[in-house]
Design a protein around this ligand. Structure first.
Ligand SMILES: Cc1cc2nc3c(=O)[nH]c(=O)nc-3n(C[C@H](O)[C@H](O)[C@H](O)COP(=O)(O)OP(=O)(O)OC[C@H]3O[C@@H](n4cnc5c(N)ncnc54)[C@H](O)[C@@H]3O)c2cc1C
Length: 379
């Protein structure tokens, strides 16, 4: 069997690595001419780390990032609403959360692909069924395969080619992300923090011993832009009542490299596949980032899809099985993330969440995390 993967983001690259491990022939077509070291940081939770270990790159990933043993939601002065135990961010095997630069992570994935699998500067333009095969046009090239995988993100062209009227939902929030060249105080060197003020949030964690990934979230109309060279002054003003460390983190960031994205997710699709064409990652189920699980779910897709297809010629049956195996968890992530984001930016919602955080027994929280962190063992 041969698969054509469209998109060389985290989902597409991980899928190619998983296919390669299980001897499924595949090639990736990515529209960008180079895989840039762009982006800020990313948190990868134990479910994603288990799969990176299975792929044989977990240790390297940990070496290139920082393991967080603590993730606290705090007030604007960095006082946690509730002190979470170390066990809560870890799975039952003591696996913590990895904070890593996105570009560094993407490079790690791409450098483990066999030569010739990744084709850059190759945008998807169309596909057509031909007897039992599928013909795919990418850039100036036509390629034939048995399976087409759309891993081309929230604005997926593959999705638009197979499903009409899919809808993005604007969360009403915008997010700035950056990397600051500072070291955190000793007490925070293995911690992730999400600090809440009045309808605004600021989160950060180390991604190396002298770099800090941060994100800032506020309500906004879609497509609002910052005046030129005013991102840092604007953010410093917005977060002036927060702990002084927040202004320091903003201040030590290169203004030119700050990213701003409005937050959307994808309205639930009825199906993720049509014939031998399947969507994975953000192309299938883009989520708001509030649970830090978007990339984790793309990585899980890669793992499940590879394991279900390996040694199995009945592709369509396996695609249906893939969809039914993954739906419940993906729905849980997308729905809870959406609701959490809405409540965190609403005065009453914030109050309610704080009460829930204070009162929910540790046992219940652990059960919820176990659900999120569990990954099927195929062997
Ligand atoms: C603010 C923010 C913070 C986040 N934080 C986290 C976090 O901490 N942890 C986490 O797990 N997730 C996080 N996420 C979610 C995560 O970023 C996404 O879920 C993840 O990057 C999706 O990966 P993907 O490969 O499916 O899609 P993408 O990363 O969008 O990759 C798609 C790729 O396809 C390529 N492409 C697009 N169109 C074509 C075409 N026509 N032809 C060829 N190639 C094409 C693109 O160039 C791109 O390389 C966050 C998201 C946001 C917005």
């Amino acid at each position: 069997m041969k698969a054509t993967i469209i998109g060389g983001g985290i989902s597409g690259l991980t899928t190619a690595l998983a296919f390669n491990k299980l001897n499924i022939n595949c090639e990736i077509y990515e529209k960008a001419p180079v895989l840039n070291e762009v982006g800020a940081g990313i948190w990868l939770q134990p479910n994603a780390l288990k799969i990176l270990d299975w792929l044989g790159i977990g240790t390297l990933a940990r070496e290139r990032g920082v393991i967080l043993n603590q993730v606290d939601i705090t007030d604007h002065q960095l006082i946690p609403f509730r002190k979470t135990s170390k066990e809560l961010v870890q799975d039952q095997y003591g696996q913590g959360i990895l904070a890593i630069h996105r570009g560094v992570f993407q490079k790690l994935l791409s450098e483990h692909l066999p030569e010739g699998v990744l084709n850059l500067g190759s945008p998807f333009s169309s596909s057509a069924s031909a007897a039992t095969k599928i013909e795919v046009v990418v850039g100036a090239k036509k390629t034939t395969s048995d399976l087409l995988i759309g891993a081309d993100g929230i604005h997926s062209s593959v999705r638009k080619a197979i499903f009409e009227n899919t809808e993005l939902r604007y969360a009403g929030q915008t997010c700035w992300r950056g990397v600051s060249d500072i070291s955190l105080p000793l007490a925070l060197q293995n911690s992730g923090i999400e600090s809440w003020g009045n309808k605004i949030r600021f989160g950060f964690s180390p991604i190396s011993n002298n770099r800090v990934y941060w994100f800032a979230v506020a309500k906004s109309k879609p497509n609002e832009k910052d005046p030129e060279k005013m991102i840092k002054p604007g953010l410093t003003k917005r977060f002036k009542d927060f702990h002084p460390l927040v202004s320091k983190i903003i201040d030590h960031t290169d203004e030119e490299k700050i990213l701003r994205n409005d937050i959307y997710d994808l309205k639930r699709l009825q199906h993720w596949f049509k014939g031998p064409i399947i969507l994975i990652g953000d192309a299938a189920h883009a989520t708001t980032p509030n649970m830090g699980q978007g990339a984790g779910q793309g990585i899980e897709d890669a793992y499940y899809l590879a394991n279900l297809l390996a040694g199995n010629q009945k592709i369509l049956e396996q695609l249906a099985l893939f969809e039914s195996s993954r739906r419940k968890k993906v729905d849980y992530v997308v729905n809870n993330s959406w609701m959490f984001g809405k409540m965190a930016h609403h005065s009453l919602g914030q109050k309610f969440l704080k009460i829930v955080m204070k009162l929910t027994p540790e046992r219940t929280l652990k059960q919820q995390m176990a659900k999120l962190y569990s990954v099927k063992d195929f062997h």
